[in-house]
Design a protein around this ligand. Structure first.
Ligand code: URA
Length: 239
């Protein structure tokens, strides 16, 4: 079930604000009846009309996408750079990414047209674990990375403790590969946390999102999520 104004907004007819105006002005019908109250819940089967024009409710779709580096996590870009949805040319639904990965970060990104699903996953209170692998400058040690496991202050804000593992170090090249698990989704969070420990990130990839891993996907590829994967992700938000 979704709120009526949200369904109208999602169909691209109007912004959510405008959709609310349409409802209170009596321009919206649900199953042939004018609805003037805000907050009415509708489902996929309800017939919705705005000014006598039926609106088409899309079936919700869910994908796992392997975002390559050099792609914007959005459905459009004012500078005409490649965006995530450029890879979804065979998808008729109006999909968009759940949250974002930086332009130069690669890895697992969920893509959907289900606003509720997206909001649940991104809600700061119950964001699911995400696992990143970073190539950093410098030879990492447990001692130097220990602050990651405490509540660090990043750009004036406390971030939740993270778990880390040093996967390898290269003393000749003075680089390390570090795995970091976080559940928040602040901008540049992984890069900022590692930088604060003295390890600027050279390359970053998100390998897992909740229980999901990239598996056999290659950069630029995507696959539909199974129903049980979607349900399990939603379960993970309730922890
Ligand atoms: N943290 C970052 O620094 N960048 C990302 O793209 C994702 C998490």
């Amino acid at each position: 079930m979704q709120r009526l104004q949200k369904v109208i907004a999602h169909a691209g007819i109007a912004s959510r604000r405008k959709a609310e105006d349409y409802i209170t002005q009596g321009r919206v019908k649900v199953n042939g009846e004018v609805v003037r109250e805000l907050g009415v819940q509708v489902n996929q089967k309800d017939q919705i009309e705005v000014d006598q024009v039926p609106i088409y409710q899309e079936e919700p779709v869910y994908y796992m996408f392997y975002k390559p580096r050099g792609v914007i996590s959005a459905a459009s870009d004012d500078k005409n750079r490649t965006v995530v949805t450029d890879y979804f040319t065979e998808t008729s639904e109006r999909v968009y990414p759940v949250g974002r990965l930086d332009y130069n970060t690669s890895g697992l990104l969920l893509v959907t047209n289900d606003g509720d699903f997206s909001q649940k996953l991104m809600h700061p209170k119950h964001e699911v674990d995400k696992v990143y692998v970073a190539k950093v400058d410098g030879v990492a040690s447990n001692k130097k990375l220990m602050p990651l496991t405490k509540r660090m202050t990043i750009e004036g804000k406390k971030v939740a403790p993270a778990q880390f593992a040093i996967l390898s170090t290269d003393t000749k090249k003075q680089t390390s590969i570090v795995q970091l698990t976080i559940h928040e989704g602040r901008n540049h969070q992984v890069k900022n946390m590692l930088k604060a420990c003295g390890f600027p990130v050279e390359k970053l990839k998100r390998e897992r999102y909740g229980h999901l891993a990239l598996g056999n996907l290659r950069p630029g590829e995507y696959r539909s999520l199974h129903k049980n994967e979607v349900n399990r992700l939603l379960e993970e938000t309730k922890v």
